[in-house]
Write a protein that binds this ligand. Structure first.
Ligand SMILES: [Zn+2]
Ligand SMILES: [Zn+2]
Length: 265
């Protein structure tokens, strides 16, 4: 029988956290999204939102967690420093990412940047370094991968199971060439998590980010049911994002992410 997927948004910002009143409605934590299916959780990226999720998971007796990292820019990994389940012997946590993931994270989570290291974690930890283009299985999910278009590279992911599919496409500049590949990769999927760091007006060439308008266009071209905008520019206040959402939501497939939001697939 087809199982439901519970998707939760723990962080929706790009580049830097924004813990200020005028950002609180959409949210101030950097990127982190969880997808839960039965007793298995897949987490996309480990921004500061991961710290919030970690606090909730700490009550769990036993759980398998798979943390999938798109790339190692600091807004996508700072949540790892204080992720409480790392200190629970009941947890089984696998970190997935590009080649060199283990070495880079061991360097990052260590002195002088942090008082403890990965060797101090109590959970059962594993690392899985991905050859981009390959597919692999995580529990009932099949994960497919492709390269993004981002300084230093990023990996885009596709999750499939139960006849459903979700695409995670953050930190990717949607030029013509990559958009054609993304549309192919995501064709007919249920949800795409889209890099909405810029508006068309603010767009800066070469920064490795996209706009919500590009997301809607790709969503329509690839017959995707819903396009979830996130990874907002750290300078975009609630007032500004409201004004953008009002225009964007005229397209029925468009959804603007807010921290704390839950979507059932
Ligand atoms: Zn980012
Ligand atoms: Zn980045």
């Amino acid at each position: 029988m087809s199982k439901s997927w519970k998707i939760n948004l723990w962080g929706v910002r790009g580049s830097a956290p924004t813990p200020l009143m005028e950002y609180m409605e959409y949210g101030g934590n950097t990127t982190c999204i969880s997808v839960e299916r039965e007793n298995h959780m897949v987490i996309f990226d480990a921004g500061t939102g991961l710290t919030v999720l970690g606090g909730k998971l700490n009550q769990q007796k036993h759980m398998r967690l798979d943390i999938i990292i798109s790339h190692l820019h600091i807004d996508h990994v700072t949540g790892l420093f204080l992720f409480q389940p790392f200190f629970s012997p009941n947890m089984e946590i696998c970190l997935h990412g590009g080649i060199g993931l283990k070495q880079h994270l061991k360097q990052l989570i260590s002195s002088p940047w942090w008082p403890i290291g990965i060797q101090d974690f109590k959970a059962k930890i594993c690392f899985h370094e991905i050859q981009v283009g390959a597919s692999f299985n995580l529990g009932n999910f099949t994960v497919s991968t492709m390269n993004g278009n981002h300084p230093g590279n990023s990996i885009l992911y596709r999750l499939d199971s139960d006849g459903k599919s979700l695409i995670y496409a953050l930190d990717c500049e949607a030029d013509e060439e990559i958009v054609a590949k993304i549309e192919n990769f995501s064709y007919g999927s249920d949800l795409i998590v889209w890099d909405a760091y810029f508006t068309d007006e603010d767009f800066v060439d070469g920064w490795g980010h996209s706009t919500w308008k590009q997301g809607i266009k790709a969503g329509h071209n690839a017959a995707i049911k819903r396009v979830l905008m996130t990874h907002y520019n750290h300078e975009y206040t609630d007032e500004f994002l409201h004004s953008q959402e009002e225009i964007a939501r005229k397209n029925a497939i468009c959804l603007f992410a807010k921290e704390g939001m839950e979507i059932i697939l």
